[in-house]
Design a protein around this ligand. Sequence first.
Ligand SMILES: NC(=O)c1ccc[n+]([C@@H]2O[C@H](COP(=O)([O-])OP(=O)(O)OC[C@H]3O[C@@H](n4cnc5c(N)ncnc54)[C@H](O)[C@@H]3O)[C@@H](O)[C@H]2O)c1
Length: 196
Amino acid sequence: MVGQFDGKVVVVTGGGSGIGRCCAVAFAQHGARVVVADVAVDGGEETARQIVTDGGEALFVRADVAQSGEVRAMLSRAVETYGRLDYAVNNAGISAGFPLHEYPDEDWERVLRINLTGVFLCMKHEIIHMLAHGGGGHRQHRIGGWSCRVTRRRRLHGQQTRRRRADQGGCPRVCPAGHARQRRLPWLYPDPHGPL
Ligand SMILES: NC(=O)c1ccc[n+]([C@@H]2O[C@H](COP(=O)([O-])OP(=O)(O)OC[C@H]3O[C@@H](n4cnc5c(N)ncnc54)[C@H](O)[C@@H]3O)[C@@H](O)[C@H]2O)c1
């Protein structure tokens, strides 16, 4: 299998179903070795099985993205198995599906813990591994609505970069995905006029 991501390693959180599974399979079809991370064991194993059956390489690791220790252990396993980490799709998330004025407080706390803190924890530990393996210019995509990229240059010169971005009217390190996402991952969006 020869592709755009040959030899690269990608982690897809929430890879056990839906958008995460599609991303995991698509990365594998383009040559990446895929670490599928999910709390749902059946779904996660099924995604990995699909990839391997299609001739790709995949590993399922059960991990709750809201638990720092589980995120760290999952990423250690990924790097032990494949030797590096190049990309991450921090997609795991939930929605309790209530209208705002009926949203139970405890459900809101849970959404924040998984959808917000979970992305933070994953990115924090993913970036450590990416930089440790010569990372630079890597991009992380939060398919659920936010994207972020990190570069070694920006880590070293973060202040200048933040100032320059602010001058350009942009936000420094995290920005809504939207059209930029479509430009960066054209193979996920074969129809340029299709939905984002
Ligand atoms: N589908 C949409 O229309 C839509 C719209 C906006 C945002 N999103 C976001 O996109 C992402 C994927 O959506 P989807 O429709 O594929 O959802 P989905 O429910 O099919 O998939 C989410 C996956 O995340 C996993 N997950 C949940 N909590 C987890 C945790 N704590 N740790 C690890 N894995 C966990 C689930 O087991 C599941 O496999 C979600 O974050 C969702 O909030 C989806």
